[in-house]
Design a protein around this ligand. Structure first.
Ligand SMILES: [Zn+2]
Length: 225
């Protein structure tokens, strides 16, 4: 998509999120989860269209995030232990998700990922379980097996309640599936002032090389004194 300079008062370029949906569906799963993690560290309270920022920090218009999240595939999947079972949940929502729903999703996804993977400062009592409590008719949770043995889903009956309320639980499910499949690569940045959740390569401990360098500099300073 072409990037143009826009005044802050002008509306986003498209009036639907279909294009972003199609693009999201075409991404490889590891690109999808990387984008989800980017979504949850984006502040939707800030003004959209900050095209001068580097891609890692750029804020997308809510419309594009809406399409991206709606385009995430709903598929049955299995954890490494083969015990992950997910009910297919179809979602049809013609309109883009509102900013309020996106902000709620950011909060709920961030919270759920932190808890189920035990990242950051999550109290012991909450570690290892993600309650997907936005499912309208039914209860669903994703629990981490001890020792990295995959994830177990537990649920009651889940109903697609129609266009008004369906997209959010469907999206949370799609994200939970991606999290389960990439759990060993989802980490929290070890720079104390950062703490963002990111998709790591091999032994990567910091979200960016800049933060790795910052942390090393801080350690050096401490040792030097
Ligand atoms: Zn960082």
């Amino acid at each position: 998509m072409a990037r143009k300079t826009r005044g802050p008062q002008q509306p986003p370029p498209a009036d639907d999120d279909t294009e972003a949906m199609i693009q999201a569906a075409g991404l490889l799963p590891d690109k999808q989860i990387a984008e989800v993690l980017r979504f949850i560290r984006t502040d939707l309270n800030s003004e959209p269209g900050m095209a001068w920022l580097p891609p890692e920090n750029a804020t997308r218009p809510p419309m594009l995030w809406s399409g991206f999240l709606k385009g995430l595939p709903r598929r049955p999947c299995a954890s490494p232990s083969g015990r992950l079972k997910v009910q297919w949940l179809a979602v049809r929502e013609p309109r883009p998700l509102s900013r309020a729903i996106l902000q709620r999703l950011q909060q709920d996804l961030r919270d759920g990922i932190n808890k189920v993977l035990g990242l950051g400062a999550v109290p012991m009592a909450f570690r290892g379980i993600w309650n997907l409590d936005m499912i309208p008719y039914g209860r669903l949770s994703m629990t981490a097996e001890p020792g990295g043995g995959g994830f177990v889903w537990q649920y009651f009956h889940v109903v697609d309640v129609g266009a008004q309320d369906a997209p959010v639980p469907g999206i949370v499910l799609a994200v939970a599936q991606l999290v389960a499949e990439h759990a060993d690569r989802i980490r929290v940045c070890q720079l104390h002032s950062c703490n963002v959740i990111f998709l790591a390569n091999r032994h990567q401990e910091f979200c960016t090389t800049t933060h790795g360098q910052l942390a090393r500099d801080q350690t050096k300073k401490k040792k030097g004194k």
